[in-house]
Design a protein around this ligand. Sequence first.
Ligand SMILES: [Zn+2]
Length: 271
Amino acid sequence: MPELPEVETTRRGIEPYVRGVKVSEVIVRRRDLRQPVSDDLPDIEGRCVTGVGRRSKYLLLGIDDGSTVLIHLGMSGSLRVIDPADDWKTHDHIGITLKNGKQLRFHDPRRFGLVLRLTGDPMVHPLLKDLGPEPLGDDFTAAYLVDACAKRSAAIKLVIMDAKVVVGVGNIYASEALFRAGILPRTPAKKISKPRLAKLVEAIRRVLTDSIEEGGTTLRDFLHSDGEPGYFKQRLFVYDRKGEPCRVCGTAIRHAVLGQRSTYWCPKCQK
Ligand SMILES: [Zn+2]
């Protein structure tokens, strides 16, 4: 599933090809995604793309008529910059052709993705308005997380995966950040000291930043129409390593299901 680093890598990959460029044609081959593709999506024809933003795992294509094309890659989606003449593959659902001879092609086998045209402020849309701060933004600070954890007795792993607390911390990143911060995933959030939560904020930022930086090497994939995008896997310390030796202390990595999600930790490095 595309996680925040893959979505940010997609944003960086496509923006240079679409910013400041006029849309010449919108082709919708299939409308039945998670929500139907907006009927008025073709209204962006003849308008200019002002930039590509991101909020959580949503991409926001700014259009110079003040509207926004909101795109979510769902479970299996991808967005590529290709030649409009390239063959339409199975599961290629939407093409946004640009005056510069490129086309943004939306591909989504499982159709859990979204392509909506929003008018007005996109941040007040129901999908975006209740989201917590961005993990790499200025609002996600140690003081903020301390406050968010103060009254929560839920396991810290579930708290940092709650999009109302902070967006974009998926299962892999939560597990890896907790390892780096030395915190057991099932520890009740309110019982963790301020210095340890400060360390956790730094760890979350670092695992996501590392992953985005590694993604830079796969940017070329956005120019190809073949194959799946190269989702990248950073060197993992605990995730999916049940029974394998901890890379720091050699102890076997443990596994349990927490909140219906696979959870991994080192019983020696994490307290
Ligand atoms: Zn260890």
